[in-house]
Write a protein of this length. Structure first.
Length: 376
């Protein structure tokens, strides 16, 4: 007949097994050796995370039972728990227990959401004012249609950072949603405030694509910027506005141009000659299907670089009249672009219409000066 082999008995038992405790708590744990093993209490010692605990914290509670007292426990070093181990004199492991020491979760805050295609939704949140619980904490994003419908649970986590989740489809337009986050660990549950939103109010886009920066002929203080509208929302009824930011190569400070409007091109003026500039563009879709919200800015596009032409002094030529005409032209151009910077607010189209406005302004200023000069 085949022999039946009974499973070997555990060498020892630790009590309590895998306890969960608040930071600052105290604990007395016991290690009791099985009668099948010829070990006494004096043959035992304790370690916590591999570090031997002092004998002064031990107490013999019986011939084969040794206790250890732990006071004012700190948060667990690892979310999987701290390892409390009972050893025999020769270093062998007799039994182990995991100590989970930490804090209950805090109420998640600052829930923000956005949609890239008016069918999906991505939300992120902050895990509380402190955040660190020293225990593994689960975060669950839940949502439902307001007034009716059942609770739904988001499934795709960490899509936009540690504390985020993505709902890819099956969302309705023109319907307010309630959204909240639940945090749970071994010591409790905390629930965020409920956020109410309509998908149309949180639409954003990818950054504008195909950003090109180029020189404007030989004009040493200007660069032309043009880009393509984001393709994701081209089939939806919306308006877009753009922002540009630029900086010189050796600086980390960006200058922002706010007044680009819905144009997909812009001319930057007042730049340094012979200087490399980095330029970025971003988009804000707004008034989607009549939504009253301001819209959400996209991320900035990847930086695009270009340099302005170097300044070159006009060398003396053989034709003095030609030189005088060139000097007059340069002076008028400088005066014109100075006026543009002051009166055209950044990125207005530099066309004939704007030039005509400048000529009118110039004539008015000449008349004013002449009238002032004739006063007694």
């Amino acid at each position: 007949l085949p022999l039946s082999v009974s499973p070997a008995a555990d060498p020892a038992v630790i009590s309590p097994q895998d306890p969960t405790l608040l930071i600052g708590s105290s604990l007395v744990a016991t290690c009791t050796v099985s009668p099948d093993f010829p070990l006494k209490a004096e043959d035992l010692y304790w370690t916590l995370n591999g570090r031997r605990l002092p004998a002064a914290s031990y107490a013999t509670l019986g011939p084969s039972t040794l206790s250890v007292a732990l006071a004012r426990l700190n948060g667990s070093r690892q979310q999987s728990g701290d390892n409390l181990v009972c050893h025999s004199r020769d270093g062998g492991i007799l039994a182990g227990s995991c100590l989970y020491v930490g804090l209950p979760p805090e109420k998640p805050v600052n829930i923000t959401c956005w949609s890239k295609n008016m069918k999906d939704l991505t939300c992120k949140w902050v895990p509380g004012t402190e955040g660190e619980t020293f225990l593994h904490t689960n975060y669950t994003l839940k949502y439902k249609r307001r007034w009716y419908g059942q609770d739904n649970t988001c499934q795709e986590y960490h899509t936009a950072g540690t504390y985020s989740c993505h709902i890819p489809k099956d969302l309705a337009l023109f319907t307010p949603y309630e959204i909240w986050v639940e945090a749970s660990n071994r010591l409790g549950v905390a629930v965020s405030d409920v956020v109410m939103l309509d998908i149309l109010d949180v639409v954003t886009t990818d950054p504008p694509s195909d950003v090109h920066v180029s020189r404007v002929g030989d004009l040493e203080d200007q660069l032309s910027v043009r880009w393509s509208s984001p393709p994701a929302l081209k089939d939806f009824l919306f308006q877009a506005k753009y922002q540009i930011q630029y900086r010189v190569e050796d600086s980390s400070e960006w200058k922002v141009v706010d007044d680009v409007g819905n144009q997909t091109s812009c001319r930057l003026a007042g730049l340094r000659p012979g200087t490399v500039y980095f330029v970025q563009v971003r988009c804000n879709p707004f008034s989607i299907y009549g939504s009253k919200k301001a819209g959400i800015w996209s991320d900035w596009s990847n930086p695009t670089a270009a340099s302005t032409p170097r300044s070159e002094r006009v060398a003396g030529g053989c034709d003095p009249k030609g030189g005088e005409q060139n000097t007059t032209l340069r002076r008028e151009l400088k005066q014109f672009f100075g006026w543009v910077k002051k009166h055209a607010y950044g990125c207005s189209n530099l066309g004939i219409k704007l030039y005509d406005q400048w000529r009118v302004w110039l004539q008015k200023s000449h008349k004013t000066r002449n009238q002032v000069g004739k006063e007694p």
